[in-house]
Design a protein around this ligand. Sequence first.
Ligand code: ARG
Length: 459
Amino acid sequence: MKLWGGRFTGETDRLVYDFNASISFDRRLYRQDITGSMAHVTMLAKQGILTQEECDTILAGLEGILKDIDSGVLEIDGSAEDIHSFVESVLTERIGECGKKLHTGRSRNDQVALDMRLYTRDEVIETGNCIKDLLVTLQRLMRENTETFMPGFTHLQKAQPLTLAHHLGAYFEMFLRDYSRLSDLYERMNYCPLGAGALAGTTYPLDRAYVAKLLGFEGETRNSMDSVSDRDYLVEFLSALSLIMMHLSRFCEEIIIWNTDEYRFIELDDAYSTGSSIMPQKKNPDIAELIRGKTGRVYGDLMSLLTTLKGLPLAYNKDMQEDKEPAFDAIDTAKNSLVLFNGMLNAIRFNSERMESSAARGFTNATDAADYLVRKGMPFRDAHEVIGRLVVYCIGKGVALDDLSPKEFKNFSELFDTDIYDAIAVKNCVAKRNTAGAPGPGAMKRYLDSNDIILSKLN
Ligand code: ARG
């Protein structure tokens, strides 16, 4: 059934019809479409625009359609132009003339604006739940690894020793920000556009606030033109998803590096790796690589949406139908990536011995050696110079600072004493770093305890 046949005398060209149609992808909005329609007719009856009997007939019809689509009895086929026409035509087939009253005081423009908002709202919550699961995993791993020492890197060069818990804490922070971004975009988007009509409201005495309340919105949107042409919330959501993917991708990159034979900091579970068709020894980190790869795809979805919206005049334009595929793709991709990543992370085995011995090599304690001299009275700049020369000396001998004899230390500065060994032991280097946010045990304990409170408050 065409919703707009009256104005036309000629047939739509087949190619034009197909090009115009959105049913192949907006079918996934069926639940939102039906739920929105139910709220709409309930309000129409309350306002006396439909009789209660008409409303009840339509509600029963819509409920039946929803049930039948859910159970698979009713298939959303390609015969309709979009999900809105599909639901309306099945309704009229099933309940007769009364079905034609459903669209009173409504346009597909405000209808689709509502459907997309309802859909997005649920997805924002689901994505938030996936992030919450990941935060819980990270918190568990941090609690288990406050004594797992590892090198911290800058420029991918060993820098200073820290702990695995502290390293994971950096990701906890990223995903926590992601969660809060979702929460605040949710608040901004949670207003109901239905009742905006095509663009200029309607002449029927609609109660928009009532529909908004029925559908769990904070209230109704404030300008009917903006209501039908606003897709900011989708841009915000796709931006948030892009950041989530960026964080996952950075984490994946580290996992890929840590999983190499050169590092061997971790071992991926067999369930999250794949083999090679030619090289029998291979166990590849495909899932981590794929998540890293899919990040580009989500960025692409965001760019596609922004580009579609750029320069669109008010109000609704058919270009906006192009919001759906990138939005669905980005949402599916990011959610799948979060779930798979969490599974992979839960199953990783951390090789703490390897990490600790790596932290003990590569002069990660050089800063602490300089700080030692400072404590003995040397200005930091001079201490930096002395330790720099010591490092060159060690590299020549192929040893670590810790391997030097007291005499060798003294050759570089009289201030060195036998307490230097304690001062530069990896564990002690970490133990001394207790400024807020640092990896030392005191700071880490305060951090983890506050995470427990944060996690218990995430709603
Ligand atoms: N399929 C359309 C979309 O997704 C629904 C709105 C159609 N409105 C219109 N005036 N043609 O945007």
